[in-house]
Design a protein around this ligand. Sequence first.
Ligand code: SF4
Length: 347
Amino acid sequence: MQAEAQNLYQEMKVHLGKIVPDVELYYKAEIAVEINRLKRERNALILGHNYMEPVLFYSVPDFKGDSLDLSRKAAQTNQDVIVFCGVKFMAETAKILNPTKTVLLPSEKAGCSLAASITAADVRLLRRKYPGVPVVSYVNTYADVKAESDICCTSSNAVAVVESLKSDTVIFLPDQYLASNVALQTGKHIIFPTLPGAPSSGDTLLDVQMIGWHGKCEVHEKFTVADIQAVRQQFPEVVVLTHPECSPEVVAASDFSGSTKAMINFVRASSAHHYLVLTECAMGDNIAAANPDKDMLRLCMVRCPHMNTITMENVRDALRYNRYVIDVPEAVRLRAYQSVQRMIEIG
Ligand code: SF4
């Protein structure tokens, strides 16, 4: 093994020695050497979402974090190429903020059930149905949906974004559960209209304060209160962490709910020993690697099939073959930029 690979192996071993065997660390260290060489050659920046598999997460990214952190980093870079280890809507956000850079997504299959749940035409219909009501779109949407929105939000800043609008009524898209959880936190009454046609609940705008959509994350929607009860029975001391893309019932049954970044900070600051992390399984591994004195339980029977398509091998091939290039039509990008930038300004 060459010296650079040996050094990378040693660095990975510090974080991952207890959860990844040496045979895999050696193999991945060799690939990481190649990625780093290509990264220098192409003057590239690699961004890694918290849901990346542990060996990737702890090796090649220049910056790691949730989608808001990574959006901020994407907005600040001077490098020529951005490789986004995440899913397509995240890479699109990097392109929206950096139109002159080449943005690469290592897998063509890295979509998202939530982003696919709504179209730009759906947003236009909602605007026609509720004229003058501001539209907040979760960043887990495609660029054309962001372009039809007034402002974006992430799970970290959703409440702050809704409150910043100072509007009695808000359209909040597309995650049904995140919208319901934000409605609870902001004291708003929520409905989920069907289109086209009148609101199925018979509500009028006089008594509706938040208008949601029917999108769901195919990972977080699967966690149940029964899952939490079963784990609490087996591990009575467990601290349960949930993502706000889980249902309000699951959030209510947990001890803490927050964005991926908020979960990481919670575990770091807490003195408890056992945690159940109800989000993408790889994130539990990554928190465990950063907190070797704490035990992370996770339900890996539920995985994100999109995040899992990003591997060390296809990050290397993205740089080697310049694929897959993310493009956003300029007319869409300019409008989407306003929504993303307004969100970044709120923090
Ligand atoms: S975890 Fe859910 S929201 Fe995130 S990319 Fe996968 S399907 Fe989309």
